[in-house]
Design a protein around this ligand. Structure first.
Ligand SMILES: C[S@@+](CC[C@H](N)C(=O)[O-])C[C@H]1O[C@@H](n2cnc3c(N)ncnc32)[C@H](O)[C@@H]1O
Length: 496
């Protein structure tokens, strides 16, 4: 712990020397060279939303700048390949993707140890990740849903293929054996996947010291109240004309305002100041965690790229099996036919089902209703609500565990002080196959002999990923359950 604190302090001092600053002044940082934070932000721990992250040291207003990271402080392919040896070797392997090269660059710098220019930054990177490509067979199976298992298999295969493709380059660079392993590769790939930020000149993105300490918030509502708008306008370089313009240019103004508010509520590289700039995306009280939106992701995508999921993710989607006739009844893409996080079918799914449930020879005549989101008829609506409810129910019944069992299992994982208590709680579950598989995988068949003992590190890591898998599948099941409730409510309204 003390070592970690020391690493953090030397990292922040190093960052200040590179010009990274959370000062609101556009010129020089207001505080001393000894640390880059303290004017707006501080590194803090947020156990329920991302662990280590950045907290507000004072009240922050939406739209105000909270961090600047100069281009020279960004770790990019370009900046690392200033090293001649690396540059010559990489140029001989032109078939590698830009992301593969950035992974090699990261491992190369890790291999340079203390002599690396990035050493203080590299020291504070996480030691492990929980992205899907790191899931073992047991954790993958724990996802239970074919789609999620398939995405995991694809992620593992992609990591293995890319590692093999990059092997010759890493050998040319005479990497030490520990940096040539698949384990090292997935660590570096996970670092790149979960921490890089977009830059316009390189699709591999950049590692952004300090800027990569912001934890994630899902995209939310754009500012709507007048106070927010006034603040946006007064705190930026938006020309006064926008403020003063009357009705005649409302559309143009709204568009301009929208693009400014997008820019203001997120991070991005800004050419004019040659730096990555981060703005508060909401009003924050002193002590609050300051968050950044990395993009719009479902929970499965968050797991795949970042190794976490959100308990309440407004962008989550659940796909259910549909007959091919449903897909062919409309021109909407498969990706648009899903159930929202709150159990409501998507606009396209409802419309596709309404058309599919209409006799072929009548579809043309009801097209205008369907495409405007209206019901076709009471009979049609009752039919599709019954069908949707039955389909969701069948999916739920086909899965090896129920919502109740998953909830119990998660409670056991959360509340057990030791492994013995965990096992005691799980005895309440009707099916314990999964638990026995876990015990067997870690040679703990005689679990009672482990009373009071902690799990091995390997078993603990597996349990962390197992927990993520259970959280994911539970959320998936709850969405299906909520969809059934939604259908039942709709059916009830037809009975009245
Ligand atoms: C860019 S880093 C953010 C800083 C990171 N917490 C750290 O300690 O270095 C992204 C990683 O933080 C974690 N994370 C970010 N937002 C999160 C959230 N809302 N809930 C849980 N974990 C989150 C995930 O592990 C993710 O891969």
């Amino acid at each position: 712990m003390e070592q970690e604190q020391q690493n953090l302090e030397s990292f922040l001092t190093w960052a200040a020397q590179l010009g990274i600053s959370d000062s609101t002044s556009t010129n020089q940082p207001q505080h001393s060279f000894s640390a880059c934070l303290g004017s707006s932000l501080c590194v803090s721990h947020f156990p329920h939303s991302g662990g280590r992250g950045l907290g507000a040291v004072r009240d922050l207003r939406r739209g105000e700048i909270v961090l600047r990271v100069p281009k020279s402080a960004l770790m990019t392919r370009e900046s690392v390949m200033g090293d001649k040896k690396l540059c010559i070797a990489v140029n001989k392997h032109s078939s590698l993707s830009s992301a593969q090269v950035l992974i090699v660059c990261l491992l190369y710098e890790m291999g340079n140890g203390k002599t690396s220019r990035w050493h203080p930054y590299l020291m504070h990177l996480p030691h492990t990740y929980d992205i899907l490509a790191m899931f073992g067979e047991f954790e993958k199976r724990a996802l239970q849903v074919d789609e999620a298992i398939w995405v995991t298999e694809k992620a593992i295969l992609k990591a293995k293929t890319e590692w093999k493709e990059a092997h010759a380059l890493m050998e040319d660079l005479m990497f030490k054996p520990q940096f040539l392993t698949f384990k090292a590769w997935v660590w570096a790939a996970a670092t790149i996947s979960s921490r890089t930020l977009h830059i316009p000149w390189d699709e591999a993105g950049c590692l952004c010291p300090v800027g990569d300490l912001f934890n994630y918030d899902a995209p939310g509502e754009e500012p709507s109240d007048i106070e927010d708008l006034e603040h946006l306008l007064s705190s930026t370089s938006i020309p006064d004309t926008i403020l003063l313009n009357g009705d005649k240019n409302t559309m143009v103004d709204a568009e301009q305002l929208d693009s400014h508010s997008q820019r203001l509520t997120d991070g991005g590289f800004e050419e004019d100041v040659n730096a990555y700039c981060f703005y508060a995306r909401a009003h924050y009280k002193k002590g609050d965690q300051v968050l950044l939106c990395y993009g719009t992701y479902t929970n499965l995508e968050l797991l795949e790229h970042y190794g976490f999921l959100l308990p309440e993710n407004p962008n989550d989607k659940v796909f259910i099996p549909l007959e091919s006739a449903v897909y062919s009844s409309t021109s909407w893409s498969k990706e648009s036919l899903y159930i929202h996080h709150n159990g409501k079918p998507s606009f396209a799914l409802l419309a596709a089902l309404r058309l599919w449930a209409t006799p072929q020879n009548k579809r043309r005549s009801v097209g205008h209703l369907v495409y405007s989101g209206s019901q076709v008829s009471a009979d049609n609506e009752v039919f599709i609500m019954k069908w949707l409810s039955k389909t969701c129910d069948a999916v739920l019944k086909n899965l090896p565990t129920s919502i109740e069992e998953d909830t119990l299992l998660l409670n056991a994982m959360d509340n057990s002080q030791d492994f013995f208590t965990f096992l005691e709680i799980t005895k309440l579950m009707s099916s314990r196959d999964e638990i026995y598989t876990f015990l067997e995988a870690y040679n703990m068949k005689d679990a009672h002999s482990f009373t009071g003992l902690d799990l091995s590190r390997k078993a603990r890591r597996s349990m962390d990923r197992w927990k993520l898998a259970v959280q994911w599948r539970l959320k998936y099941k709850k969405v299906l359950f909520d969809c059934i409730s939604y259908c039942n409510e709709m059916l009830d309204s037809f009975m009245k």
